[in-house]
Design a protein around this ligand. Structure first.
Ligand code: SKM
Length: 169
């Protein structure tokens, strides 16, 4: 049987990876996975707890393991955590095992979409916009470097974006 393809969504917090990923998986009859959610189900705790107790370093170790395990599967759509691409090991696994789609968005949209979100401990600060801008400066080149497909998510509904991705696969 031919190998089933994988689609890996990368991009910053608030780009819509989980929502768009669900639509995409449904449209393509693939399994949907979300690395943040998988970390939460493996630890039985939320992302904020993992950061509190194990620090960002502990969280990144878990994230690397989860992405290594999930990318072993075939026929999945995976929404990755916003910072996952800072790991070379994760970038290598994503590039080797599927089509990487970068969901690009604006800082304004990110700020609006991530307000009061418990899965974003890095944004529990006075000025989340500044954090998002700094992260973008480091990470946007990495998203671009590993992307096979780049789609903007700031002006379209999740369903429309999912269709645009399908057209470019
Ligand atoms: O993976 C979570 C976590 O809050 C860290 C993060 C990041 O570094 O951008 C994004 C979220 O998806």
């Amino acid at each position: 049987m031919a190998e089933k393809r994988n689609i890996f969504l990368v991009g910053p917090m608030g780009a819509g990876k989980s929502t768009i990923g669900r639509h995409l998986a449904q449209m393509l009859h693939l399994e949907f996975h979300d690395s943040d959610q998988e970390i939460e189900s493996r630890t039985g705790a939320d992302i904020a707890w993992v950061f509190d107790v194990e620090g960002e370093e502990g969280f990144r170790i878990r994230e690397t393991q989860v992405v290594a395990d999930l990318t072993e599967k075939q026929g999945i759509v995976l929404a990755t955590g916003g910072g996952s691409i800072q790991s070379k090991e994760i970038r290598n696994n994503l590039s080797a095992r599927g089509i990487v789609v970068y969901l690009e968005t604006t800082i304004d949209k990110q700020v609006a979409r991530t307000q009061r979100d418990k899965r974003r401990p890095l944004l529990q600060v006075e000025d989340p916009r500044e954090v998002l801008e700094n992260l973008a400066a480091t990470r946007n080149p990495l998203y671009e470097e590993i992307a096979d497909v780049i789609v903007k998510t700031d002006e379209q509904s999740a369903k429309v974006v999912a269709n645009q991705i399908i057209e470019q696969l």
